[in-house]
Every structure is written in structure tokens, then in C-alpha cells.
Design a protein around this ligand. Structure first.
Ligand code: AP5
Ligand code: MG
Length: 214
């Protein structure tokens, strides 16, 4: 099964992705995590991407399309993948549509996670992240031990783009550049709308109702 997670910053893509990957054994591919790892390792890609990420803007399409082309061709995704944070623009969606047939892959479903903007601001400003990709929230989803990851025990950090100004810019970027993908994938008949507010486990239960059909 091949899945795209679509939704604004803070909608819970990363949170739900961990649970989906565990249950359905699909490979979780987060372009945000790939870029952050490149930033940490000061690669050429990381240095270029950081300017855009810190400002809450999208990294240029050409760089992301190369990343995805490479990643979807790796053997570990053959039994299924889940993209978290890609595509984010129409050219990225079209490029993916052109890459998949050559790899013998098709997109089964796009989970469109919907959360109102006011709630997103609250979620992002209180988020704490681990290098392993697990997200927490100081109030809504705290780790068992303050400041430490439940999964790997590493120290949690505050993302550079989870500051007020960058959050507002990321929301604007989402509405202008990514939201049009809802109509694009609706026309293709692959969208499933998920209400992303409320209890994390309840939202996952809604997601499983959709994914169990595949
Ligand atoms: P990326 O890392 O993808 O960030 P994002 O899309 O902004 O989304 P987030 O990771 O912030 O949110 P999320 O939906 O994963 O929410 P989470 O589960 O953590 O991208 C970062 C940057 O990289 C981009 O801005 C861009 O510059 C660049 N980039 C990446 N991909 C790109 C692409 N394809 N093209 C161009 N540029 C690209 O949850 C958020 C918080 O809410 C957490 O604290 C969590 O604990 C909490 N929470 C989750 N669910 C609930 C709930 N139900 N109730 C209460 N709290 C909840
Ligand atoms: Mg995320």
C-alpha cells in the first residue's frame, strides 16, 4: 500500500505516521526529516535548504523531486511507502505521478488531515521533537520523562521553524501552495478526509477505517 499524508504544518502527520507505519508495515518517508538530517550534517543540500526552512518557505521543487526520485527507487520501499510532507506543490505531485509508473508503483490513497489554523499555532509552539522523528507536545502529548524521548531516550529539541513568525509563514505557504493539492487529488478520486482535531488515538482509529480497505 502506498499512502500520501497531506495536511498543514502541525496537523499531526508525523504523529499519525509513526502509528500507521507500525500497523501497516509501510516505510515512513518524511521529507522534513530528510532535510533536517541534511541540515544537521551540513551537507550541500542541508545548507541550501536551511535558509528556506527557517523562514517557513518551501525548499525549491527541483531539490525535493530529486530526493523523492531517489528514495522511491530504494529496495526498502517495495512493500509499501507513506510520504509525509511530499508532495507540497502541484509540480511535485505531477513529478511523482511521472516517476511511479517506471518503478511499477501507484498511489493508493491520500489522507487529508484537516485542523483549524488556531489549533495549529498552539500545537506547533508547544511541540518538542526528537532526532528519531518522534514529536511530543508539552501539554497535549508530553513524554514520560520531561525533555527525553520515550522511544530512544535522546534529548528533545525545539525546531527552529516552530517560532511564532515562521509558524505564521508556514501556514500561509500551506494555504497558497499545498492546499490546491486537495482538489488535484479529489479529481483523481484518491482523497480520504480525516478530521485531525481531538484525541490522537481516536484520529488513528478513523485512519485505520480508511486504510483497512486496502
Ligand atoms: P515538515 O517537517 O514536513 O513540517 P510541516 O509540514 O510544517 O509539518 P510538521 O512536521 O510541522 O507537522 P506535523 O503535521 O508532522 O505534526 P506533528 O505530528 O509533529 O517540513 C518542514 C520544512 O521542510 C518545510 O517548512 C519546508 O521548508 C521543508 N520541506 C519539507 N518537505 C518539503 C517539500 N515537499 N517541498 C518543499 N519544502 C519541503 O504534530 C504537531 C504537534 O501537535 C506535536 O507537538 C504533537 O504532539 C501535537 N499533536 C499531534 N496530534 C495532536 C492532536 N490530535 N491533538 C493535540 N496535539 C496533537
Ligand atoms: Mg512532521
Amino acid at each position: 500500500m502506498n499512502i500520501v499524508l497531506l495536511g498543514p504544518p502541525g496537523s499531526g502527520k508525523g504523529t499519525q505516521a509513526k502509528m500507521i507505519a507500525d500497523k501497516y508495515k509501510v516505510k515512513h518517508i518524511s521529507t522534513g526529516d530528510i532535510l533536517r538530517e541534511n541540515v544537521r550534517n551540513s551537507t550541500t543540500l542541508g545548507t541550501e535548504a536551511k535558509k528556506y526552512m527557517d523562514a517557513g518557505k518551501l525548499v525549491p521543487d527541483a531539490l525535493l523531486i530529486d530526493i523523492i526520485k531517489d528514495r522511491l527507487a530504494k529496495p526498502d520501499v517495495r512493500s509499501g511507502w507513506m510520504l509525509d510532507g511530499y508532495p507540497r506543490t502541484l509540480p511535485q505531485a505531477e513529478a511523482m505521478g511521472n516517476i511511479m509508473p517506471g518503478l511499477g508503483q501507484k498511489l493508493d490513497v491520500v489522507l487529508n488531515i484537516d485542523v483549524p489554523d488556531e489549533e495549529l499555532v498552539q500545537r506547533l509552539s508547544g511541540r518538542r521533537m526528537c532526532k528519531c522523528g518522534t514529536s511530543y507536545h508539552i501539554q497535549f502529548n508530553p513524554p514520560k520523562e520531561t525533555g527525553k524521548c520515550d522511544v530512544c531516550g535522546e534529548e528533545l529539541y525545539h525546531r527552529d521553524d516552530d517560532k511564532a513568525e515562521a509558524i505564521m509563514q508556514r501556514l500561509e505557504t500551506y494555504h497558497n501552495q499545498t492546499q490546491p493539492l486537495i482538489e488535484y487529488y479529489s479529481k483523481k478520486g484518491v482523497i480520504a478526509n480525516i478530521k485531525g482535531s481531538g484525541d490522537i488515538k481516536q484520529i488513528f482509529a478513523e485512519i485505520t477505517k480508511v486504510l483497512d480497505k486496502f
